[in-house]
Design a binder for this molecule. Structure first.
Ligand code: MD3
Ligand code: FE
Length: 209
């Protein structure tokens, strides 16, 4: 029973975006990247991530030697992040909260050898809001465990067009990407996978800019 309740905090909506919606969203992602180029973050210890990143929305997540944080400007161009595409705002409104918009959309790009180690997402002020994730392109082998490191984990494949919601206790679950299955989708011309995560960062009200 406890198991089922915990699992209820992770909701997978397979194929929530049909192929047309996936290619429309990909075009929006490419438009964001044209304005806010992908960059390779480094951990506070100086290790480069194997994924490249950018963001859209009032705030963007980043990491460098100064630490993990949300900030309003692109680290290289110094420009504000581009707006979050309407397709994503509509999804958030439908699945998370119609009254309070997301503040950040982190865009991760995985090449054939990229991965993401197990981690918790805890740079946001209010864990009461769900995180909404959209996958585009090659299928990823996603791993999710409990709220303590070293516990039992399970593996879930995230395919192009899949949406997942992380809420409740699973909002603080350890999770990561073990690998990406190269050649599993033809959405991205050169292969690879985008993951988009929409988040509320601040506790209440719109961010002050
Ligand atoms: C579980 N991204 O951006 S998406 C991340 O595929 C991140 O790029 C992965 O982990 C990716 O932080 C996984 C699914 C996901 C997103 C947020 C979560 C799972 C989560 C937050 C809490 C628990
Ligand atoms: Fe994460």
């Amino acid at each position: 029973m406890i198991h089922l309740e915990r699992m209820s905090g992770f909701q997978l909506l397979p194929g929530r975006l049909d192929p047309k919606a996936q290619s429309d969203l990909l075009a929006e992602v490419e438009r964001v990247i044209a304005a806010a180029p992908l960059f390779t973050p480094v951990t506070p210890g100086g290790q480069p991530f194997s994924v490249r990143m950018t963001n859209c929305g009032p705030l963007g997540w980043m990491s460098d030697r100064a630490g993990y944080r949300y900030q309003a400007h692109h680290p290289v161009t110094g420009q504000p992040w581009p707006a979050i595409p309407k397709i994503l705002l509509d999804l958030w409104s439908e699945l998370v909260d119609p009254a309070v918009p997301p503040e950040a959309c982190l865009i991760n790009l995985y090449g054939p050898t990229a991965r993401m180690g197990l981690h918790q997402d805890r740079d946001e002020a209010d864990f009461g809001f769900a995180v909404l994730s959209v996958s585009l392109g090659d299928t990823a082998v996603f791993r999710i465990g409990g709220t303590t490191r070293g516990g039992k984990t399970r593996s879930v494949r995230l395919a192009s067009g899949d949406v997942c919601l992380l809420a409740g206790e699973d909002r603080l679950a350890f999770h990561g990407i073990d690998r990406v299955l190269a050649g599993s989708s033809r959405l991205l011309a050169g292969g690879g996978r985008y993951n988009l995560t929409l988040r509320r960062v601040s506790a209440a009200g719109p961010v002050n800019l």
